[in-house]
Each structure stands twice: as structure tokens, then as C-alpha cells.
Design a binder for this molecule. Structure first.
Ligand SMILES: Cc1cc2nc3c(=O)[nH]c(=O)nc-3n(C[C@H](O)[C@H](O)[C@H](O)COP(=O)(O)OP(=O)(O)OC[C@H]3O[C@@H](n4cnc5c(N)ncnc54)[C@H](O)[C@@H]3O)c2cc1C
Length: 628
């Protein structure tokens, strides 16, 4: 326990250091301009994502309906545009605005976090003098060759060469080191700590190059720490195919679309073993998890337990599906490989957008050149900038100077360091979580207000762990481990990418980042998804760093061999990126995202999407709607 306290203390110190770097001055412009070069949030570890201090004001606003924020200081700052939310959509909106109206236009971007980028956040881990990069959230381009012209043009402006990833992503890494997808069963839930060299699901398939299992279903089921009945049921699930459906072939697709995955497991395959049902429930991390309330089609597209693509593809609706696996080789391989990934994920795109608009923030002229660039955050909010990024600032009110449809001014109030400030703009783009907008924008039309309130968000957690070496993973052949007994349902090596002077880990003796993924589930299996999301979000926000550390210690300590892995010796740092408001859930529709006077709405939420390309497209639409 003493070691836990020590590390808790280490991370606690870092968090406190980050906070204490914010000097207490009377106006925000002085505060931000006075940030020391040591203010560098990507290097903070501990609780990240929805970090302490980022969400309290918004929650007072949305939950406690707080209206009185004390006296407000009018900063007498006039902008052409204020953008609420400094994620990829907000940053793109600022960039598009200047592109449309001129580089001299004055833009202010406000964000409640201590770093810009929204979900696209950079995690840095310093390990024995070596800086390892990882993604705290948004990680890759998905199907970039299907991106719209708007998105491709922006990426081109930023210096992104899509073909570059074919060589930068080292797909052979896993083969060279014999690393595959496995399952880790823990003692607490399954009675013993055991690694079986089979993932039992297709979730790891998105990691290009990761080795497929060679163990037969029979052997893998036999090795699993389940009862005899459970092993038989697991085998039945693994060997399932559409012929088990009570439907003729021509109705398979429709059947998959209208029938529940868990009903299929329980009623068609007769699964009642709690271990097998738990494996099924934990086999989906993306797409918002919760296979217990998914249709069979959703479960199949998410790679859930037993729904193996090669057995089930005849029942898959390829139109609009995730693409599917195209080769039955020894590695996973999808129609368009998931290789378009920077070492810090899509944070590189956020950083490059900032660099384009605030050139003095750091060195580098394109996405590759900024990978290793150490940004100076003191440049972000200088009065001399035409674009200013103001962090740690939660917007609580946006209102027109008069009638929304004739007024030429919009006032924006935000809270920084518990004090209230006001700025003025000719137009505002709300690029924040869309369900917050009714709590912020005064006098929204009733139907629009209601449409925006229908939105929710899926909580997600991406934890990055700075490891001094990965000898234990090499010895166990683990590229990714599905972990149905643990909080993080999947843990694995980060993507093997070397670009812009950054070199991916080379040998098992070198430091690396371990990526742990968690899509939080509700306690009640089968409860409506919206209830599960809410419950999981509250639970997530109630945990302290030490709770996560205890969990991660148990996870890695139980999974990896004790003679090779020692948590206290081998783990350097942990960043728990909690996204209480992760993927969009619900659609505001055309009414929800319509302009309101001089206020327009961006963010990928506005089209019910959780994709970088949608975030950019919605920024473009919002700027176009703003007009002159
Ligand atoms: C864990 C995770 C992994 C993901 N992986 C991928 C991926 O691999 N590929 C992909 O394409 N997409 C991925 N996404 C989806 C991601 O949402 C998009 O890629 C994109 O980053 C969304 O950008 P955005 O600007 O629309 O929203 P956000 O990134 O959510 O930005 C909105 C910003 O507004 C801020 N804000 C909210 N309220 C206020 C307020 N009142 N005042 C001030 N600021 C406020 C928020 O805090 C946030 O910083 C992932 C998302 C998550 C959570």
C-alpha cells in the first residue's frame, strides 16, 4: 500500500503543480499572457481528460442551475468571432473563419480544459529521459479516403500526406515480435489469473498487423477458467453462424437488424453461464459498448464475442457497415487499414491548427515537423495575436445584445478561476458539447432547445501507462489483451508509428506506452442504454486517481509474469483520460443545429457523430451559416 500512496502522491504533485502555475491576476488576458513556459499540460499525468477543475462550473450550470456568478468584469475585448469549445471543431471553425474573412480577423477560442484539442489530447510520458507520446482520446483518421473535399483540403493545408502512413506505420512490428491478441481472465471474477492466447472476439481487429490467434476454438475454450458448462457454452457461441438463426437466408440481414444480441445468446444458443455472458458484455469497447442492449447487427459490426466476421458475413449489411475484414491472413486486416495515426493521435491535427493560427506557439511548418515541437502555451492568448486561445475558461452565458435576428453583437460570459468575465463578438460558434447549449444560450427557440437537450454522451476512458520496458508483454506474446474481468476491457501496445523524428519503441528493453481502453458499463445488465450511460458517467467522476491506480496495479500485476514484471519498478507514470462526455449519443437534427441570430452551432455532436471529419465539416457549415 505504501507504494500506492507514493505514486498517488507523485501524480497528485504533478496535478497540483499544473494548477499552481496559473497565476492569480485580475484579467484573463494578463493571466494567460503570464503563463510560464513551464505551463505544459501534455506532460501532466494523473487524472486527465475531464480533469479536476474542468467540469465543476459547467455542472453547477447544468445541474444546480446556477445563474449568479458574482460580479462580471467586462474585459472590453471585441472580437469578430468567439468560438466556444477548443476541440477539433472549434479550432477548425476559427481557421475557416480566417480563411473566409481574412487573417486579420480577431478570434477568441474559449475552452474549459487546461489544454486545447477537446477529445484530441496529447499525453507525454517522460521515462528515463525519453519522451513517449500517446493519445489521450481521439486517435486516428477513420476511412480517410472517404473524407469530403472540405476535410481533405484542410488536411492538405496542414501538411497531411495520407500515403505517408503506409511507411510510417510499422505493420510488421507485431509479426517481428510475435505479438497477438489474447484474453486475460482475472482471479477476482474468474477464480484465477490466466492468459489464454485467443481474444474470443474481433475487437482487436482494428490494430493493423496484430497477429490473429492460432489456437483452435476448442483448445481456447478448454483453457478458459470457466465451469465445464461454461466452456461448452463458450464453444457454442464461438462456432455460431447465421444458420443458427430461426430465419430463412433471405431474412438474415433483417433478423440481425431487429433482434437483440443478448437474446440470441441466451434464447437461441442457451447461454446462461455468468462468465460467458460477462465475456460477451465486455467484448465491445468501441461504438459505446453495452452489447447487452445491442442488436445483432451492431454487435457483429463491433466484433462482439462469437460473431466472427468470416462465419457471419453473409448476414451482414455491408452498406454502412464498418467495412469488415477482407483477408483471412494470420494478421487482422480491414478494408482500409487503421494506420492513419500520429504518435499523439489526432492531437497533432489540433496542434497544427493552433500552430497555423498562432505561428509563434512552436517550431515546425507541417504535421510531421510539429510532432516533437514543444509548444509554448504562453503564446496562446497574447493580445497581439489575431487568434487567441483561452484555456481553463468555462462559458456560462451567451446572449445577443438585443433582438437575436437584428442585433449585431453577442456577449459571452465565462468563468476563469472562479471569476466571471465578459467579452463581445460579432458572431459566436458554439463548438462545445451540443447538449450544453440550452444551458448557455439565452432565449433559444423552444423546439431547438428541446432538440439539443435530447443529446447525451457516451463515457469513455483511455488510460496511457508509461512503461520502462515491455519485456513481460514480449514474453507473453501480448499485443492486446481483452480483459473481461477488469475495468479496462482492453489493454495493449500503442500503435507502432514512427513519424516526424519520433521513433516508436524498438526493443522490449526500451520504454513504451501501454494503452488501456474502457467503455464504462452500467451495473444493471440489459438496462436502457441511456440509463447505463448516466450511471457509468457518475461512477466515473466519483473515482479518485488512487482508485484507478489500485485497479491498474491489479490488472497488470495479475496478467504479467511476476519474475519479469514489477509494477513499482516498471511503471513510470499513468494518465487516466476520463471522457465523461465522450462519443455523441442522440441526434439534434436540423432543428437542433440551426443558426440562432448571430450564433451558429458546430461540433461533431450536431450530426450525431464521433468522428474527426464530421467535427471539421460541422465547423465549415457553422462558419458558412454565420455569413459576413
Ligand atoms: C476516447 C475517444 C476516442 C476517439 N477516437 C476517435 C478516432 O480515433 N477517430 C475519430 O475520428 N474520432 C474519434 N473520437 C471522436 C472525437 O469526438 C472526434 O474525433 C473529435 O475530436 C470531436 O471534436 P469536437 O470539437 O466536435 O468535440 P470535442 O472534442 O468534444 O470538443 C468540444 C470542446 O468544447 C468544450 N466545452 C464544452 N462545454 C464548454 C463550455 N461551456 N465552455 C467552454 N468549452 C466548453 C469541451 O470541453 C471540449 O474541449 C474519439 C472520441 C473519444 C472520446
Amino acid at each position: 500500500m505504501s507504494k500506492i500512496a507514493r505514486r498517488d502522491f507523485i501524480n497528485g504533485t504533478l496535478m497540483a503543480a499544473g494548477a499552481s502555475m496559473l497565476p492569480f491576476k485580475s484579467t484573463s488576458q494578463e493571466v494567460m499572457a503570464a503563463l510560464k513556459p513551464s505551463y505544459y499540460p501534455p506532460a501532466l499525468t494523473g487524472l486527465r481528460g475531464s480533469h479536476p477543475g474542468s467540469k465543476e462550473n459547467a455542472h453547477s450550470q447544468a445541474w444546480a442551475k446556477q445563474k449568479n456568478w458574482g460580479s462580471t468584469t467586462n474585459l472590453k475585448e471585441d472580437y469578430d468571432l468567439v468560438v466556444v469549445g477548443g476541440g477539433l471543431s472549434g479550432l477548425s471553425a476559427a481557421y475557416f473563419y480566417q480563411q473566409e474573412h481574412g487573417r486579420d480577423k480577431k478570434v477568441l477560442i474559449l475552452d474549459n480544459h487546461d489544454d486545447f484539442g477537446g477529445h484530441a489530447k496529447r499525453n507525454e510520458h517522460k521515462i528515463d529521459g525519453d519522451t513517449r507520446l500517446g493519445e489521450g482520446g481521439s486517435e486516428s483518421f477513420e476511412y480517410p479516403h472517404e473524407f469530403s473535399e472540405t476535410v481533405l483540403n484542410l488536411l492538405k493545408d496542414l501538411g497531411v500526406d495520407l500515403d505517408r502512413f503506409k511507411t510510417a506505420y510499422d505493420a510488421d512490428f507485431f509479426t517481428r515480435h510475435n505479438l497477438g491478441a489474447v484474453t486475460y481472465f482475472n482471479k477476482r471474477i474468474f477464480g484465477e489469473n490466466k492468459v489464454v492466447k485467443h481474444p474470443f472476439c474481433d475487437y482487436p481487429g482494428f490494430v493493423e498487423g496484430l497477429l490473429r490467434p492460432t489456437l483452435s476454438y476448442e483448445k481456447a475454450a478448454k483453457q478458459s477458467p470457466l465451469s465445464e458448462k461454461g466452456k461448452q457454452q463458450l464453444l457454442r457461441v464461438l462456432k455460431s453462424d447465421p444458420k443458427t438463426l430461426k430465419a430463412p437466408k433471405e431474412e438474415w440481414q433483417q433478423y440481425m437488424r431487429t433482434h437483440s444480441y443478448f437474446d440470441y445468446l441466451k434464447n437461441t444458443l442457451g447461454v446462461n453461464d455468468p462468465g460467458v455472458l460477462r465475456m460477451a458484455r465486455h467484448s465491445v469497447v468501441d461504438y459505446g459498448g453495452a452489447p447487452d442492449v445491442m442488436t445483432m447487427e451492431e454487435a457483429l459490426e463491433s466484433g462482439a464475442l462469437g460473431l466472427n466476421y468470416f462465419s457471419w458475413r453473409d448476414a451482414l449489411n455491408e452498406v454502412g457497415s464498418d467495412g469488415g475484414y477482407i483477408k483471412n491472413t494470420n494478421t487482422y486486416s480491414v478494408k482500409e487499414p487503421f494506420i492513419h495515426h500520429f504518435p499523439d493521435g489526432n492531437a497533432t491535427i489540433a496542434r497544427m491548427l493552433v500552430k497555423k493560427m498562432i505561428p509563434d506557439v512552436g517550431s515546425g511548418e507541417n504535421v510531421e515537423e510539429i510532432v516533437l515541437s514543444n509548444f509554448n502555451y504562453a503564446e496562446l492568448d497574447k493580445p497581439s495575436n489575431s487568434v487567441r486561445v483561452r484555456l481553463n475558461s468555462t462559458v456560462v452565458n451567451v446572449h445577443h445584445g438585443g433582438d437575436p435576428y437584428s442585433s449585431s453583437d453577442v456577449f459571452v460570459n465565462y468563468i476563469y478561476d472562479n471569476k466571471s468575465y465578459q467579452v463581445k463578438a460579432k458572431g459566436v460558434v458554439m463548438a462545445c458539447y451540443n447538449m450544453m447549449i440550452p444551458h448557455i444560450v439565452s432565449d433559444l427557440p423552444t423546439k431547438q432547445d428541446a432538440a439539443l437537450r435530447r443529446l447525451s454522451k457516451i463515457p469513455l476512458q483511455f488510460t496511457t501507462v508509461g512503461l520502462k520496458n515491455w519485456r513481460a508483454l514480449k514474453e507473453m506474446g501480448i499485443g492486446m489483451a481483452m480483459s473481461p474481468g477488469n475495468m479496462h476491457q482492453a489493454v495493449g501496445m500503442d500503435f507502432p508509428i514512427s513519424i516526424g523524428g519520433y521513433e516508436y519503441t524498438k526493443t522490449p528493453d526500451d520504454p513504451c506506452i501501454l494503452h488501456m481502453r474502457c467503455c464504462l458499463l452500467g451495473e444493471t445488465v440489459g438496462a436502457p442504454r441511456i440509463e447505463q450511460l448516466r450511471e457509468a458517467r457518475y461512477r466515473m467522476l466519483g473515482l479518485q486517481f488512487r482508485d484507478y491506480e489500485v485497479e491498474i496495479r491489479e490488472h497488470l500485476g495479475g496478467m504479467l509474469p511476476k519474475d519479469v514484471f514489477n509494477f513499482d519498478r516498471d511503471v513510470e507514470s499513468i494518465s487516466v483520460n476520463r471522457w465523461a462526455h465522450g462519443y455523441s449519443y442522440g441526434n439534434p437534427g436540423a432543428i437542433g443545429r440551426q443558426p440562432f441570430g448571430r450564433i451558429t452551432i458546430a461540433n461533431s455532436d450536431s450530426v450525431n457523430s464521433s468522428l474527426l471529419n464530421r467535427a471539421i465539416e460541422q465547423a465549415w457549415r457553422a462558419i458558412k451559416e454565420l455569413g459576413k
